[in-house]
Ligand binder design. Sequence first.
Ligand SMILES: C[S@@+](CC[C@H](N)C(=O)[O-])C[C@H]1O[C@@H](n2cnc3c(N)ncnc32)[C@H](O)[C@@H]1O
Length: 255
Amino acid sequence: MRSMLLTWGDESYWAHENLADSLQLGSPPAFQLQSGGVPYFDWLQQPGNEGRSQAFHRAMAEAARALMNAASLEDYPWHMHAAATHTVADVGGGLGSWLAALLEHEPGLRGALVDLPSVVAGAEELWRRERPQLLGRTSFVGADFFSDLLPPADVYFLRFILHDWPDAEATAILRAVRRAVRPGSSAVLLVQDIVMPALQPGVLFTTLDLQMLAIGGGKERTRQEWEALLAAAGFRLARVHRLRALPSLLEAHPA
Ligand SMILES: C[S@@+](CC[C@H](N)C(=O)[O-])C[C@H]1O[C@@H](n2cnc3c(N)ncnc32)[C@H](O)[C@@H]1O
């Protein structure tokens, strides 16, 4: 809880302060009106913001452990990938809290933790201390999903990545995943994110939607919007797995 409070009680509040101004046509996201134009994930990497970056990534890991990991492991048939010793790439996986839980749950799987180089370096250090038993089945890949090649994998998992970004950037991330899929392979894309009800989404989903808008110009998406976004990057939505957690798991295949 501590890191969640530090992150959401601090820079998230500044961002919301500027939300109304950011609604002017052509304005950058609200957060950038406060950060001198620096996008959130670049700002987290700036010298002097190490403590904030640490709090953010710990907050994501805490939220995952408390609210999501168990449901996303129990409510999707991961064992079907383990049977073929597949590699699961957790793209934008932060400190790897979910990937570690998956590898503990499915000893037949291998993992690739992909995130910005400084985040992955911190994650690897953490795993060496706390999860040495999983290092043999994991690779740590420092990569920028806007400019670098992503590693080969059988399953690409993206949780709470695409809702951070507007459609153009979200499509670019999905295209990077599509490029990494080997031709003719039966790779699966799993996106764990909110599927916003098209009518009367309610206070919780609307609050999250505004939070994404304030921080990076992102948004929560309806099923139809997900379908369109995936199609624009060369994927076909096959199924939405409703989980016991808030976000659903969207399963897509190369079109
Ligand atoms: C909202 S967090 C989600 C973390 C994790 N997937 C989870 O569910 O807890 C977004 C993640 O995207 C990563 N990220 C942001 N920009 C990136 C980029 N250009 N390339 C790779 N990863 C990036 C951040 O470092 C962060 O770990």
